[in-house]
Ligand binder design. Structure first.
Ligand SMILES: Nc1ncnc2c1ncn2[C@@H]1O[C@H](COP(=O)(O)OP(=O)(O)OP(=O)(O)O)[C@@H](O)[C@H]1O
Length: 444
């Protein structure tokens, strides 16, 4: 760190005892190695971190002016903060997650630009203590991510349907059938008979924009901005939890959304169990994802996280988005509903992605101003229904018979729009068609 201070003081043109650099450990290691690289001045890289940042930090004259200005205003700027003996020391702080993230990004690009096998440290001929820490830290973090992926894979690869014991069920990938999901949602309140409602839902509207489950956080057109919060609606049994499970499994298996560092599913029903407890966001993660015990508060601010709150309709929390205490520190202990509100509003971990699933009647709990994309799980199209039964039964003849039986019954065919009805139908018809009960098979 001394070495870093010495180099910073010479680049900033300030006396040695007037500079102190504090911040995220990984960032420090990076800065340290940059400073050792004389061919890559600090100014260039820090300038890229943003104008307000660079104005305050970079130009020695600005630093001096800011020191005087800030002393006069006695306010603490976002990047250069003052200690009580400010007249003597400039404290350079990487405080907000955005600054750190932007810095990390730029610095890692810079790392990649270096000739292979030639780190900034090796160019200077020596390694600082901080820089030596870096690979170790990085591999520790990578280990945590890999451990979490393995644990999530174990949790998601088997599905439990009906009254099966948890974990005893079938492989998700064997029975998972693609669902029809659209961007936006149907707004009208339906007063029709349920079967009629389903019939109408099953007819595709030309204005519906289909979206794949794995793409819900992707910017898909030029008009769209960064998608931080996604709210997915869908009626009972339509496949919201299955979608969450498939999304998580694909991530854990390294197939989709690999730009996300950690996918963190949290079932609202399970969150209810700690409704009366006090937690910090960090301790809450430790409770539901014990493999993450090793992660530290600063890791949460630099990683790209995705929190999934599945089944908002089952939540017993009262989420008050208008009148609440502000929480921005992942170690601050508070009630769980406060943590949820601050996370969803972006006060806590502003760069974290949030996915909430809900039955339509409960979705209004999230203010539209917090939501960047609404999607709706609509169930199975006709071809997806058939695909479902083909996947479910390895006996091709049986699946053919079941499909033609369903097609022959208008109401059964319509009801199979909802996957849970497909499951019930599959169980009942398999039982009737495979046992010697053909005579009692329900007539279409
Ligand atoms: N994509 C799918 N592929 C195969 N089966 C599915 C799929 N989606 C749902 N199912 C079947 O439907 C059942 C209900 O699905 P799921 O639990 O995901 O519904 P949900 O929308 O979360 O319902 P709820 O609102 O009641 O929680 C599953 O147990 C499974 O049998």
């Amino acid at each position: 760190m001394d070495r870093l201070v010495r180099r910073a003081s010479s680049v900033l043109g300030c006396p040695l005892d007037s500079v102190e650099v504090v911040g995220n450990g990984r960032m420090m290691a990076k800065l340290s190695s940059m400073l050792n690289n004389t061919s890559h001045p600090l100014q260039d890289t820090l300038t890229a971190l943003g104008s307000s940042f660079s104005e305050r930090l970079l130009h020695p004259r600005c630093v001096k002016e800011r020191m005087d200005e800030d002393r006069a205003e006695s306010t603490v700027p976002s990047c250069v903060s003052l200690k009580s003996d400010w007249s003597k020391r400039a404290l350079i702080t990487f405080r907000s997650s955005e600054e750190i993230e932007r810095g990390e990004h730029i610095l890692s690009n810079w790392d990649q630009a270096a000739p292979p096998g030639e780190s900034s440290c090796s160019q200077s001929g020596s390694r600082s203590g901080d820089a030596e820490m870096k690979p170790k830290q990085r591999s520790d973090l990578q280990e945590v991510i890999e451990g979490h992926k393995m644990s999530l894979k174990r949790r998601c690869e088997h599905v439990t349907e009906g009254t099966h014991e948890a974990g005893s069920g079938t492989l998700l990938n064997k029975i998972y059938t693609e669902l029809y999901i659209t961007e936006g949602q149907s707004e009208e309140v339906d007063t029709q008979h349920e079967v009629r409602q389903l019939e109408r839902t099953s007819k595709k509207n030309i204005q519906d924009t289909p979206i794949k489950c794995q793409d819900i956080f992707k910017v898909l057109s030029e008009q769209q901005r960064h998608i931080r919060v996604v709210l997915t609606n869908g009626v009972a049994g339509v496949g919201k939890t299955f979608s969450v499970q498939k999304f998580s499994l694909d991530w854990a298996e390294g197939l989709e959304n690999q730009d996300i560092s950690l996918v963190l599913p949290l079932s609202c029903r399970e969150l209810n169990l700690i409704r009366d407890e006090q937690h910090s966001l960090l301790s809450l993660l430790h409770v539901f994802h014990p493999t993450l015990q090793k992660i530290r508060a600063e890791d949460l601010t630099v990683w790209k996280l995705l929190f999934i709150f599945d089944g908002l309709d089952e939540s017993r929390f009262s989420l008050d988005f208008n009148n609440h205490q502000l929480i921005s520190d992942v170690t601050q202990v508070s009630s769980v509903d406060l943590l949820l509100v601050n996370l969803i509003q972006g006060n806590l971990l502003p760069s974290a992605l949030i996915w909430i699933t809900s039955r339509p009647a409960a979705a209004h709990q999230i203010p539209p101003s917090c939501v960047d994309r609404i999607t709706e799980v609509r169930g199975f199209t006709d071809s997806q229904k058939e695909e479902y039964f083909r996947r479910r039964f390895s006996d091709e003849d049986l699946s053919k018979r079941i499909i033609s039986h369903i097609k022959a019954s208008r109401s059964l065919h319509i009801m199979c729009l909802i996957p849970v009805f497909c499951w019930i139908t599959a169980i009942v018809l398999e039982n009737m068609m495979t046992r010697d009960q053909r005579g009692s098979c329900p007539k279409p």
